[in-house]
Design a protein around this ligand. Structure first.
Ligand code: ZN
Length: 88
């Protein structure tokens, strides 16, 4: 991830630990996706819950890089919506 926007120069990490909030966003994105995958494996695939969790979690690993990035993007937008002050 770039440290600053290549177009406008916005520094993405406003302060140390800034992206800790992105972990909450990541969790909020991940849980519904993972739950839907596991429930689909149980209901459609007819798998045991433990097997469905193992397969669902393994398949979910493919999505991790995308969710990591988009959770940071969503966190940036949410934070700038709440606190739009320019860094000094
Ligand atoms: Zn920009």
């Amino acid at each position: 991830m770039n440290t600053a926007c290549l177009v406008c120069g916005l520094v993405f990490e406003r302060e140390s630990g800034y992206f800790a909030g992105a972990m909450v966003v990541s969790y909020a994105i991940a849980v519904p996706i993972l739950a839907a995958m596991v429930i689909a494996l149980i209901l459609i695939g007819g798998l045991d819950a433990v097997v469905a969790l193992i397969i669902g979690n393994t398949a979910y690993l493919v999505l991790v890089p995308f969710i990591f990035r988009y959770s940071r993007v969503l966190w940036l937008h949410l934070d700038w919506l709440i606190d739009p002050d320019e860094p000094s």
